[in-house]
Design a protein around this ligand. Structure first.
Ligand code: PGA
Length: 273
């Protein structure tokens, strides 16, 4: 089904949130050699028009960042480089960690912070997420802050409370202008990797809530320019309908971003093609 395009129409009419941001989060997949192949194939599958109308970002594991950067820059492919996490200090005795300063040197543009897998499997707290986010901003990159409720919280009717609490804690002390430039990804935990996506209406309801909480926190201007992605079992089958929602400005795609043929179809579907 073709999307009704409410969101896209307003964006095309000079909306302040620009092109849809379609991000591929590879999680712990692809060696640097595989990553090179995936990027090259994806660049071939997407037309110059696709890459003009959408902003595409790829978030490989740390070990593949330098290789992907080199391919994108040497081929002059207009795909943004992204990372999946970072530490809040610029350097120090933090074995196993990678800093925002190091990512910035690789021309990383977007850094995911607060992904639910980090929160659930690695114990990331809101305080740590807030520090990571501030480190990303300090190095002139754009955070993609993930928020979302668990199934238990949803069934208990606590979705808005949970998402509001996360936003308030994760954005504490961040200036209004910086908040206006952020990306927030609404990722209901029960929809991640389960094949069970939120309906476009459910996604819109929470994305609209996120915008209104941000307006309350940082003013109407910041709320209007804030970009909001939906993530959780996005496919080429649901991307168009999700993107048609007024408050959905992009998609954060996990499983369907690993195969370049599949991700290219998601990008095209998000563009209504
Ligand atoms: P999924 O993951 O698309 O595989 O559900 C999304 C995410 O975790 O960002």
């Amino acid at each position: 089904m073709r999307p009704s395009w409410a969101g896209a129409a307003s964006r095309a009419a000079g909306g302040r949130r620009g092109r849809p941001l379609l991000s591929g989060n590879w999680k712990m997949h692809h060696t640097h050699l595989e990553a090179i192949q995936v990027v090259q194939k994806l660049a071939y599958r997407l037309s110059p028009g696709d890459l003009e109308q959408a902003e595409v970002s790829l978030h490989p594991p740390f070990t593949a960042l330098r290789s992907v950067q080199t391919v994108l820059e040497s081929d002059e492919t207009p795909i943004a480089l992204g990372a999946q996490n970072c530490h809040w200090e610029d350097e120090g005795a933090y074995t196993g960690e990678v800093s925002a300063a190091m990512l910035a040197k690789l021309n990383v543009r977007y850094v995911i912070v607060g992904h639910s897998e980090r929160r659930q499997l690695f114990g990331d707290t809101d305080e740590q997420i807030n520090r990571r986010l501030q480190a990303v901003l300090r190095h002139n990159m754009t955070p993609i802050l993930c928020v979302g409720e668990t199934l238990e919280e949803r069934e208990a009717g606590r979705t808005s409370e949970r998402v509001t609490d996360q936003l308030r804690a994760d954005l504490a002390g961040v200036g209004q202008a910086a908040i206006g430039g952020l990306v927030v990804a609404y990722e209901p935990v029960w929809a991640i990797g389960t094949g069970q996506n939120a309906t476009p209406e459910d996604a819109e309801e929470t994305c609209a809530l996120i915008r209104s909480v941000v307006k309350e926190m940082a003013g109407a201007g910041a709320g209007e320019t804030l970009r909001i992605q939906y993530g959780g079992s996005v496919t080429s089958g649901n991307a168009g309908d999700l993107m048609a929602q007024a408050d959905v400005d992009g998609l954060l795609v996990g499983g369907a971003s690993l195969d370049p043929d599949v991700f290219a179809l998601v990008v095209k579907a998000a563009l209504g093609r």
